[in-house]
Design a protein around this ligand. Structure first.
Ligand code: NAP
Length: 279
């Protein structure tokens, strides 16, 4: 049995076991692979990777707070993980430990899935945490026209902008929430990538005043629980095209599944399994 885990702290809230197990079962791979949540302490991370080296464990989805720390234990780091300086995926192949990040591509794929064309578009990201960073870098690799970033802690947006400038030689326009109205009036796509709006902590709250949203805007909220966030409800009322965080969740998981098993991910099965939990 090849053992795969989602490792984090905390980890019990993760929906990854639901969608990976549904995919393994659907493809008849559940006798060959197991997928479980594993709560790790920071000091246990290295021994987890050692077990991958000893072929006791096969792979892992990596979640908060280990996405940055895990890089030091990998032999081969993908271009995306290197640019983001964080990995959400590790797996062993031919005796080597690979680290990769599928969050950014998951977001891009969910935009494509909703027929969004990125080339030449102006995009505003709200947030500068791990997810925002992954999305920003993936968007710039897709040749968007310009990127704006707003964050509560402006210094975090600025340091992300510096990193992007150093590593990708692209300019990002950063601002505070005072710039929100002006930035929204300039962009085609708005991506909300903070944790505000999440069930249990801030459900029903949106950082973006409804009056700023309009029908020419595409609005993606990466918060997936609830799927219909306050931001998306406001955006829809104002005639904007809306995309929820489910697609990103599924596609980042689907790419992981393919790296873990070398099999095409059954995306619809993964989606159905998550919908059964969230609805
Ligand atoms: P993170 O690294 O902890 O970053 C959190 C971000 O939210 C920071 O920009 C933070 O701003 C901002 N924030 C938090 N509370 C705020 C508030 N009250 N007002 C304004 N800004 C606030 O988290 P993350 O990993 O990037 O994840 C962010 C969200 O994305 C989470 O809800 C997560 O579930 C979701 N997510 C979804 C997917 C998906 O597949 N759909 C994938 C990854 C993450 P400061 O810098 O000022 O603290």
């Amino acid at each position: 049995m090849k053992r795969i885990y989602v490792i984090g702290n905390p980890v019990k809230q993760s929906l990854s076991p639901v969608m990976h197990n549904a995919a393994l079962k659907h493809l008849g791979l559940d006798k060959m692979y197991s997928y479980e949540a594993l709560h790790l302490r920071s000091e246990e991370l290295q021994s987890f990777v050692n077990k991958m080296r000893n072929r006791k464990f096969h792979a892992a989805s990596v979640t908060i707070p280990f996405k940055e720390e895990i890089l030091q234990y990998a032999d081969i780091i993908s271009k995306e993980a290197e640019l983001i300086q964080a990995a959400n995926t590790i797996y062993s192949k031919n005796g080597m430990i690979y680290a990769h990040n599928t969050d950014g591509q998951g977001c891009i794929q969910s935009l494509f899935d909703s027929d969004v064309i990125l080339k030449g578009k102006k995009v505003l990201i709200i947030g500068s945490g791990g997810a925002a960073k992954a999305i920003a870098i993936s968007l710039l690799l897709e040749n968007i026209k310009s990127l704006f970033i707003i964050n509560r802690t402006i210094s975090r947006a600025e340091s992300l902008s510096h990193e992007i400038n150093n590593n990708l030689h692209k300019t990002v326009i950063t601002g505070s929430f005072q710039d929100l109205s002006q930035f929204i009036s300039e962009v085609d796509i708005l991506i909300h990538a903070t944790s505000v709006g999440m069930k249990g902590t801030s459900e029903g709250i949106s950082l973006i005043p409804s009056s700023y949203l309009h029908k020419y805007l595409i609005v993606l909220d990466i918060v997936y629980n609830p799927m219909n966030t306050a931001l998306l409800i406001d955006a829809e009322k104002n005639g904007a095209k809306t995309i929820n965080g489910l697609g990103m969740l599924i596609y980042q998981g689907a790419e992981q599944f393919e790296l873990f098993t070398n099999k095409k991910a059954p995306v619809e099965i993964m989606k159905k399994s998550i919908l059964e939990v969230l609805e």
